[in-house]
Ligand binder design. Structure first.
Ligand code: MN
Length: 576
């Protein structure tokens, strides 16, 4: 029975592709055989529903196959390998992508974490189709949430409201966004939802007469002005009414007694013509006009917004847009599958996403804040960051390529300095392991451990690098000074001088000459290779000779292979 239902929805596909989708359906059906949803429906009804949602956006065959198979690897004995063999690697990758998102759970209460979590999901998805499948999956689960236990409903609703609805909004999937919002609202605050829904229903009856009157007036005014237009009444979604009441402390009637209309015309000039005509029909409320055509919103939304004084002084909010703007306003990133662009190069998902971003960029560039906007979207879709969990469920953002040592330092300097090992997803791993999105990382420390110079070879964050260098410099200066003293004595002996012959007076003279604070500093510099032992030794001896000392001094060639300070030291020695 599902097969016929599905076939109806995918008639936009080529026959070969239809056959593949049907094959995926049969595979999924037999894999899920004997499994039932909480509602009592056979499990296969869920993947079919998800695939149907995606078919509404006219997504490609691969995405539909993956939608049908999205729970197969996670919940049945079928393996990724089998999916790959039967349906190809791209489909297996999509299924794998969705399963990965399923495995991470949003646990922390901290609100600030939500943004990082959204970014992590987008980062893990890589292919925007994974996100579209996941959103459709979530939408169907929300639609059927009734059969879940109350506690679980609330948790899923909260997660949807904080994570998935904002992602849908950011990708411009407006109708999905609003439905996710309202369903979450309904399960999180059942009473508030009921009261508000009832109030809206009651008010709607009272509104009908006025809505029709205004609609007719607008329609005929536009006709007089020679603008061809479709005029519809429009309602705010419940959750947005609720948010407005809360945010601005308004009463229900203050929010709801505003009437919304939408005017759809054929092109941009017609938008402005319609605007002029409407301002002639009803007086606009000053300060309420917004031109989102010239200056589009961040997610690509375009329209003219104006608020008018309607009959009896009722405020009327009107949106004016073209058909194309309307498609993008409703379906966002998915609109590029839904509506053929006529561009044959836009075949794969990555290209379509790119094309979407490009089209957003083009309309954004008019508005001047294109770069800021692109940063925002690009970070989400092609991130340079990886997101990992600490054992407490905190999400940390690190640059791509970051290792456990980077993470340790970004948590705390002491943790970085004392780390000795790491567990990634409960398994011991080398400290140099590159972290991946969604990894749970536990850094193991020991009280007397200290940084290893080898870490410098693989850390990528400036913080880790700076701290390791700092440690090596300060903690080793004592050892360096000891080494320096040995090296200096060696040099003195090579010059046939006695190490003990340099007195304190000579040392303090040298400190002045070299602008150093202490004997230890000079010795440490020698130990660390910042100064040449031979040069310092010669300086001492030269001074001794100049002062009439008895030192034997044999001129030797000095290698000028080091740069900066040392070369100067050497030159000053030869030409005092
Ligand atoms: Mn599912």
């Amino acid at each position: 029975m599902h097969l016929a239902e599905l076939a109806e929805h995918i008639s936009y596909l080529k026959p070969d592709d239809v056959a593949l989708v049907e094959k995926a359906y049969l595979f999924s059906k037999s894999a899920h055989e004997g499994q039932f949803r909480k509602s009592g429906d056979p499990y296969i009804s869920h993947p079919v529903a998800v695939a149907k949602l995606l078919a509404k956006w006219h997504l490609d065959a691969q995405a539909l196959m993956a939608a049908l198979l999205h729970d197969v690897v996670e919940d049945t004995p079928a393996t990724k390998q089998q999916v790959s063999e039967q349906f190809g690697k791209p489909v297996a990758e999509l299924v794998d992508g969705v399963s990965k998102l399923d495995r991470i759970e949003f646990q922390t209460e901290a609100h600030a974490q939500a943004e990082n979590f959204r970014k992590m999901l987008l980062a893990m998805a890589r292919d925007v189709r994974v996100i579209l499948i996941k959103l459709a999956d979530r939408l169907h689960n929300m639609r059927t949430l009734d059969s879940m236990a109350t506690e679980k409903r609330k948790r899923i609703a909260k997660e949807t409201l904080e994570i998935y609805a904002p992602i849908a909004n950011r990708l411009g999937l407006n109708s999905v966004y609003q439905e996710l919002d309202d369903l979450s609202f309904r399960y999180m605050y059942p009473t508030r939802y009921r009261v508000l829904a009832k109030a809206v229903k009651a008010a709607r009856g009272n509104r009908r007469a006025l809505v029709e009157k205004v609609q007719d007036a607008i329609q005929s005014k536009l006709k007089d002005a020679g603008v061809e237009a479709a005029v519809t009444g429009r309602e705010k979604h419940l959750y947005s009414i609720y948010k407005k009441m809360q945010g601005k402390s308004l009463t229900f009637s203050e929010v709801y007694d505003i009437y919304g209309f939408r005017v759809i015309v054929k092109d941009v000039p017609a938008c402005y013509l319609a605007l002029g005509a409407l301002h002639g029909l009803y007086k606009p409320i000053p300060g309420k006009f917004k031109d989102y055509i010239a200056i589009p919103k961040g997610n690509g939304y375009q329209s003219l917004h104006t608020t008018l004084f309607g009959p009896y002084g009722t405020p009327l909010e009107v949106q004016i847009r073209t058909q194309d703007m309307h498609k993008i306003a409703e379906a966002g990133v998915a609109s590029h599958w839904l509506y053929k662009t006529g561009d044959e190069s836009a075949k794969d998902a990555q290209q379509k996403t790119h094309q979407w971003l490009q089209s957003l960029l083009e309309i954004q560039s008019e508005s001047g804040d294109a770069i800021e906007f692109l940063e925002h979207i690009k970070v989400d879709l092609f991130p340079d960051e990886v997101y990992v969990f600490t054992p407490k469920g905190q999400i940390m953002a690190l640059p791509r390529g970051a290792t456990a040592v980077d993470l340790a330092y970004s948590v705390h300097t002491d943790i970085g300095n004392r780390c000795i090992a790491v567990k990634i997803n409960d398994e011991l791993a080398p400290l140099r392991t590159e972290l991946r999105n969604g990894d749970r990382v536990e850094v193991i420390t020991a009280p007397h451990a200290h940084p290893n110079p080898a870490w410098l070879n693989y850390v990528v964050t400036g913080k880790a690098r700076a701290h390791i260098r700092h440690y090596l410099k300060t903690m080793h200066s004592q050892e360096a000074a000891m080494l320096g003293e040995r090296l200096l004595n060696q040099a003195l002996r090579a010059l046939r001088a006695e190490p003990g012959m340099i007195d304190d007076a000579r040392w303090s003279e040298l400190l002045r000459e070299t602008n150093t604070k202490s004997k230890e500093e000079i010795l440490a510099d020698i130990g660390l290779g910042k100064r040449l032992n031979l040069v310092i030794a010669r300086r001492h001896l030269a001074a001794q000779v100049a002062n009439g000392g008895q030192a034997h001094f044999r001129h030797q060639g000095v290698l000028l292979r080091q740069s900066n300070g040392m070369v100067e030291d050497i030159l000053r020695f030869f030409e005092p």
